[in-house]
Design a protein around this ligand. Structure first.
Ligand code: SAM
Length: 292
């Protein structure tokens, strides 16, 4: 454990502390100092955080702070700040507030006039981006894609015209369906998938979305944590559009695109097109029978 030469933690101050996403050596000296000095650590899962603290011989008391209890716990923590205590917020891994609880506590603390201090460090988002070799100046971070297939496809549908690369978190359970939906809705894209970043089994797979999806599909099991970076659309790539009319309202063209680019069956294509055009699936199915 690093000995603090000066105290950093100040009374009535909330610290938002990033912790490692795998490799414990990625914790910063400042994070260690703050975690050791504050009066209380609010943690998404206290058992998980206790392991980190034990590793660095930090004995600061912990209190749980998780999404389902965010409102109540925020009030309790504000009371501690009001009493003049210093509090650090950590999540299970990475930076609190990035696809993790924390936003409510931060905004309430700031509204109440407390100082909120970021202690920056690892995040799966910046970790993958740092090795992506992305030359575009911007990207769009989506957090997790919606778990429900219809919502996920609707979101991807809305993102079809988006020129920036998309980056999102994914669980092993949903990786294949999310990548398949990306392929079906967004078409051909380059992709970089990071798995188990900073951990023993760290892995990167880069290539055409279709090929990477096939590769993950062929694995007997999918384990670990994933971050996915999808390149923006290739402007030279033909995309479904009705030509001079409204883009994407030509059923024949959409059908051909979903069949040839997305590899969908007639039934799946009917479902997607019905979603795209907001028309009954049975009606689309009947029309597709004529042009498939
Ligand atoms: N706040 C965290 C951050 O700053 O990265 C993210 C928390 S979010 C609940 C957890 C998701 O982040 C995982 O499901 C995974 O998609 C991604 N993630 C976290 N650690 C990762 C790692 N070591 N490798 C790959 N993805 C990771």
């Amino acid at each position: 454990m690093v000995r603090a030469e000066r105290r950093e933690a100040r009374a009535g101050t909330l610290y938002i502390v990033a912790t490692p996403i795998g490799n414990l050596e990625d914790i910063t000296l400042r994070a260690l100092r703050v975690l050791a000095e504050v009066d209380l650590i609010a943690a998404e899962d206290t058992r998980h955080t206790r392991k980190l603290l034990n590793h660095f011989e930090i004995t600061t008391p912990c209190r749980s702070y998780y999404r389902e209890r965010e409102a109540q716990r925020s009030e309790e923590l504000l009371a501690r700040l009001t009493a003049g205590e210093s509090v650090a917020l950590v999540s299970d891994a990475g930076t609190p507030g990035i696809a993790d609880p924390g936003a409510m506590l931060v905004s309430r603390a700031r509204e109440a006039g407390f100082t909120v201090v970021p202690i920056p460090g690892p995040s799966a988002l910046t970790t993958l981006l740092s090795v992506a070799g992305q030359t575009e100046p911007a990207h769009l971070f989506l957090g997790f894609l919606p778990a429900k297939a219809a919502e996920r496809r609707r979101l991807l549908q809305d993102l079809r015209p988006e020129p920036r690369p998309l980056i999102f978190y994914e669980s092993p359970r949903r990786l294949l369906s999310s990548l398949a939906d990306c392929l079906a809705v967004l078409g051909r894209r380059r992709v970089l998938v990071g798995r188990e970043l900073t951990k023993i089994h760290e892995e990167f797979r880069a290539g055409e979305l279709e090929a990477i999806l096939a590769e993950f599909k062929a694995r007997p099991t999918l384990k670990g944590e994933f971050v996915v970076l999808l390149a923006g659309p290739d402007q030279s790539e033909p995309r479904p559009s009705a030509g001079p009319g409204e883009p994407g309202d030509n059923i024949e063209e959409l059908a051909a695109w979903y069949r040839d680019q997305g590899g969908l069956s007639l039934k799946d294509a009917a479902r997607r097109i019905a979603l795209d055009l907001d028309r009954p699936r049975s009606e689309i199915y009947r029309l597709l029978l004529e042009c498939w």
